[in-house]
Design a protein around this ligand. Structure first.
Ligand SMILES: [Mn+2]
Length: 298
């Protein structure tokens, strides 16, 4: 491979297991970067196991997409080795994520980053925003994550969107956990929130989400944005949330009408012996790849 691996890494696993047409880094359209950062989790730890379990489950994902009638794996899906972020400072880890993502983006690949906790998102957004003027972030999440630091940590998962806002405006969907402290500063922040409790009152809410996305899009999906009945394997579950089909409908609209330049799927916290959430997350990643590579972008 020609990608300069300048980070410590853990044993490699490939998305899709051994894909029938596994291409090299250079020949691949999409690159998957596993980032098992698990430092600031406040409730249940375990997101360090998320990328590995997602990749293991991905071997079972059907490559043919019945919705679009395509199999995009032949476009090339290259999986980089897991970053080893278990040592050193959090600031150092954030810097390594930023540097690695920047290198991948500079090689023209569609980057899909697998978390790990949500604090990996701000350096990814910063890397994307530097290359795509006018970038907007679309966040699917139960939590607003707008605290200006949490438990003494500037880069906490609970501050992921506050840090991301330093690079780009944010559109937040499925929110059902926000503090008074965050609500009090909302008017000063470049964020548009679609609350889970009432967003469906407007039948055209998905169109309103898309309209709020001006320019290229960075997509961050915290898996706790989904209904915890479907996705229980998260560190901070919240009742409510998006159904699978609802999320697919929204994502398809976004990918067909906006230029999604990179994305991440974070906060998978595998439950030993409960495999379905890992598969749901793997299927979600393949749907993202299918919507990106299988339809013509604007
Ligand atoms: Mn969350």
């Amino acid at each position: 491979m020609s990608f300069p691996l300048d980070y410590d890494h853990i044993r490699p696993l490939s998305f899709g297991g051994t894909l029938p047409a596994a291409l090299s880094y250079d020949d691949s359209a999409a690159v998957i970067l596993p980032v098992p950062l698990d430092r600031t989790t406040s409730y249940v730890p375990g997101t360090r196991n998320g990328p590995r379990e997602l990749l293991l489950a991905s071997a079972q994902v059907e490559l043919w997409d019945e919705e679009l009638g395509v199999d995009v794996h032949t476009r090339g899906i290259y999986t980089l080795p897991e970053m080893d972020l278990s040592h050193g400072s959090l600031e150092g880890a954030i810097a390594r994520i930023h540097r690695t993502a920047s290198g991948i983006m500079d090689s023209g690949k569609f980057l899909v980053t697998l978390g790990g906790e949500h604090s990996i998102t701000p350096p990814l957004v910063a890397a994307a925003a530097a290359r795509h003027p006018g970038l907007t972030v679309l966040q699917i999440d139960a939590h607003a994550d707008l605290r200006d630091g949490y438990q003494g940590e500037h880069h906490s998962h609970a501050s992921a969107m506050r840090r991301s806002l330093e690079s780009a405006p944010v559109v937040q969907v499925g929110i059902r956990n926000i503090s008074q402290e965050e609500v009090e500063v909302l008017s000063s922040l470049q964020t548009t929130i679609f609350y889970d409790w009432n967003m469906r009152d407007d039948p055209s809410w998905m169109s309103r989400v898309v309209e709020a996305l001006t320019g290229p899009v960075y997509l961050t999906i915290d898996l706790d944005g989904l209904d915890p009945g479907l996705m229980p394997a998260v560190g901070t579950p919240e009742p409510g949330g998006l159904a699978w089909r609802e999320l697919m409908t929204l994502l398809r609209q976004v990918f067909t009408t906006r230029d999604v330049v990179a994305c991440d799927v974070v906060e998978l916290c595998p439950i030993p012996g409960v495999w379905s959430p890992n598969f749901v997350a793997a299927r979600l990643v393949y749907k993202l790849l299918t919507y990106k590579l299988g339809v013509s972008a604007p």
